[in-house]
Ligand binder design. Structure first.
Ligand SMILES: Nc1ncnc2c1ncn2[C@@H]1O[C@H](COP(=O)(O)OP(=O)(O)O)[C@@H](O)[C@H]1O
Ligand SMILES: [Mg+2]
Length: 246
């Protein structure tokens, strides 16, 4: 008997008309791991994140989170159970300040708002802004941030969620400068080590994935075609063919 997975999918599929974007994916994340997900463009990585986070209903299959089925729960109810995600294009409240953006999720979640005062929420927001080195921009409008800063804010905002168990990140390093990339990597590693947060990180960037993840899953045409350590997966003929063939 193994331990219980934090997240498990069984034969998860998503079709759009005749196109199968995700095909019978059975994925298992252990509590405390940082899993990398790679795959060529169009291989279904974002669709998988959309299914896990509840943006899409699966065509087939099941999703379990902490042993409980969640595949019919709305995204906000998944967040209430400790799952949050980032988008490839950050979704921010552009006409609010950075600090206000940080505070919205905690105040919008009635359960969390019930337990915490606005002062506590604001203090946590400041702490996290310092943690990701955005505190000097706390009073700036979100609309005025660079792409990398907006990604950082989006990521930091997810850390406001209590409890936070699983963080899904879709291409968090895309279009981000090396300095901010380093901050994102450090924040993932620190939250994992100190708070036990589990991560699923979709990224093309092998050096980054290599530093963050012990195990990666490779997608191709909607399916997971390989899983394992980075060297193992990089030498897998199916993976080489998926990348060279496309
Ligand atoms: N909402 C949608 N409607 C129709 N097709 C979609 C939709 N979302 C994704 N797809 C298609 O599903 C496939 C996988 O896309 P996606 O999950 O975005 O891949 P990746 O993130 O790996 O680049 C692509 O062929 C894409 O065009
Ligand atoms: Mg994508």
């Amino acid at each position: 008997m193994g331990t219980q997975a934090l997240l498990e999918t069984q034969n998860l599929s998503k079709r759009f008309g005749g196109l199968t974007a995700v095909h019978r994916v059975s994925l298992r994340l252990e509590p405390g791991e940082i899993r990398g997900v790679i795959g060529p463009n169009g291989s279904g990585k974002t669709t998988l994140v959309n299914l896990l986070s509840g943006l899409y209903d699966p065509t087939e299959g099941m999703i379990f989170f902490g042993g409980e089925r969640i595949d019919r729960l709305r995204p906000n109810l998944r967040t209430a159970r400790g799952m949050i995600r980032t988008f490839q294009i950050p979704k921010l409240f552009r006409h609010m300040t950075v600090l206000e953006n940080m505070m919205v999720p905690a105040l919008a979640d009635s359960q969390q708002a019930h337990k915490t005062s606005i002062e506590e929420v604001e203090e946590k927001a400041w702490n996290l802004l310092r943690f990701v080195k955005l505190d000097h921009l706390a009073r700036a409008q979100a609309a005025d941030l660079s792409g990398g800063q907006a990604m950082l804010l989006q990521i930091a905002r997810g850390f406001m969620i209590e409890p936070l168990k699983l963080y899904l990140m879709d291409e968090p390093f895309a279009g981000v400068n090396p300095v901010i990339k380093e901050v994102i990597m450090e924040s993932i590693l620190t939250m994992n080590r100190e708070q036990g947060v589990t991560f699923l990180v979709v990224s093309h960037e092998m050096p980054t994935i290599r530093r963050l993840c012990q195990k990666i899953s490779v997608m191709h045409e909607g399916a997971i075609i390989a899983e394992g350590g980075i060297e193992e997966v990089a030498n897998d003929p199916l993976v080489i063919e998926a990348y060279l063939g496309s």
